[in-house]
Ligand binder design. Structure first.
Ligand code: PAF
Length: 283
């Protein structure tokens, strides 16, 4: 597996692919690759001539008290997994390579779309995500870029950025990949103790039941949120950050009765680990 470390080298690689008329699929990641990432890489493999996987733990999207230092870093294992899933090359720059100067340019989507849900407890997070993804788009010049629906707010924010900045890239949003028992795959699942891992199953179970209620005719937003809150709170190890419903696309506020397409999203702490999960409700 070819691992590219510098901006100059990825530019050269991309220039070469473009000169041969090859289409490029980009899978931006922070490494610690799991089956969720593999599903993105596999999709990119099917749809593009060349697949670039970026592995970069992006410092600007972590708050000062968050897990930047502890975030798992395992480039050799990632390279192996990426290759198995069909990647051609890994772009794994250093922070200095991506952020060469202390004076820097931010790419920021403003408004409620970055302030609700995770934006409330992670106020600088999305500015870091859009800044690094904009840099990656400029470097890799992908025809298509692949993101997981588990970070549903991230995909909505990136859609806004792509539209507003006229990026000529198709965003391909792939379904959440879950463990056999329902837990959404996440690089942060490794932080969970066995008891927390079991407790965390309350998320997927509750969201699944909420969707069943919605499909069964419960379209009252407050009642659905209340159902999810009550269920998750019944798990002693669960500490709720948010349970919210927003309209899709754009994460607009909901009316009391749901008619259309919605995101029901949760963020919940188990010990020091904060997990997110969601389900799409569509009538
Ligand atoms: O989803 C992620 O892993 C990150 O937010 C991303 C998109 C790779 C940007 O650092």
């Amino acid at each position: 597996m070819k691992i590219i470390r510098t901006v100059a080298d990825i530019r050269e690689y991309v220039r070469c692919c473009k000169s041969e008329g090859k289409s490029i699929g980009l899978v931006p990641t922070m490494g610690a690759l799991h089956e969720g990432h593999a599903s993105l890489i596999e999709a990119a493999r099917k749809e593009n001539d060349v697949v670039i996987v970026s592995v970069f733990v992006n410092p600007t999207q972590f708050g000062p008290t968050e897990d930047f230092d502890a975030y798992p870093r395992q480039l050799d294992a990632d390279a192996q997994r990426a290759e198995q899933a069909g990647a051609d090359v890994i772009f794994a720059p250093t922070p200095k390579e991506m952020y060469p100067s202390v004076d820097m340019t931010w790419v920021e989507v403003t408004g409620d779309i970055t302030k609700v849900l995770c934006g409330r407890s992670r106020p600088i997070h999305f500015r870091g995500v859009t800044t690094v993804v904009a840099k990656l788009f400029h470097l890799a010049q992908p025809n298509r870029a692949y993101f997981g629906l588990k970070d549903a707010q991230q995909t909505e924010v990136l859609r806004r950025m792509v539209t507003d900045l006229f990026f000529d890239v198709e965003l391909r949003i792939m379904p959440i990949i879950r463990e056999a028992d329902g837990l959404a795959k996440s690089s942060r699942n490794v932080y969970l103790s066995p008891a927390e891992r079991t407790a965390a199953l309350i998320l997927s179970k509750t969201l699944r039941e909420a969707k069943e209620k919605f499909v069964g005719g419960l379209h009252d937003a407050a009642a659905l949120v209340d159902f999810v809150r009550t269920n998750i709170s019944s798990e002693p190890l669960a500490d709720i950050d948010y349970v919210e419903i927003y309209q899709l696309p754009g994460l607009l506020p909901v009316k009391s009765s749901l008619k259309g397409k919605y995101l029901l999203a949760v963020a919940v702490r188990f010990g020091t680990t904060r997990l997110i999960d969601n389900v799409i409700l569509e009538d």
